[in-house]
Design a protein around this ligand. Structure first.
Ligand code: S3P
Length: 178
């Protein structure tokens, strides 16, 4: 871990669409006895609309502002696992907020697996086709790598990924009951 986090109040899961951030996040929260929250779900609930509709209505720049505001609200909470949308950690200001007091974890997945998982059903406006997905993935990878920990999840079940992260959290002074 390159960045010194004095005490881990949150775990923030980052990585591409389809990396399993919400699935792993829920399991990790259970294992730690912490809460779980998904920034996209927060935004959807706040505006009573799906992400795809919000993108269509307001555009990506508006969405990034909302995402940053959601990250700011999340940064006020303790003992929570946060699933960040695939673009959140790519935005420098949002990344800085997400890093505060948190262990950040990049869930890395082989591109071929991601391409299989991401359905072109319109629910993810930035993943409209394979070429776009590959291009975004290449551009974003260096940002995801800025996370404190990278876990290659390609051959692991969500439960095992969560366990590997939980061990790191306890190792850097998070977890426990106080
Ligand atoms: C996005 C990822 C999505 C969602 C939005 C934009 C991105 O979240 O925030 O569609 O830019 O990669 P998931 O990674 O949870 O799919």
């Amino acid at each position: 871990m390159s960045r010194a986090v004095e005490r881990v109040e949150r775990v923030v899961l980052v990585g591409f669409m389809g990396a399993g951030k919400s699935t792993v996040g829920r399991r990790l929260a259970q294992q730690l006895g912490w809460g779980f929250l998904d920034l996209d779900t927060w935004i959807e609930e706040r505006h009573r609309s799906r992400i795809a509709e919000l993108f269509a209505r307001h555009g990506e720049a508006w969405f990034r502002d909302e995402e940053r505001a959601a990250a700011e609200r999340a940064a006020a909470l303790k003992r929570v696992v946060v699933a960040a949308g695939g673009g959140a950690f790519v935005q420098p200001a949002t990344r800085a907020i997400l890093q505060r007091g948190a262990l950040t974890v990049y869930l890395q997945v082989a591109p071929a697996t991601l391409l299989r998982r991401i359905r072109p059903d319109g629910s993810r406006p930035l993943a409209s086709n394979r070429a776009k997905i590959t291009e975004l993935l290449t551009a974003r990878e260096p940002c995801y790598r800025l996370a404190d920990v990278t876990v290659d999840t390609t051959r692991l079940r969500p439960e095992a990924v969560a366990r590997a992260i939980a061990e790191r959290v306890v190792g850097v002074g998070g977890g426990g009951s106080t």
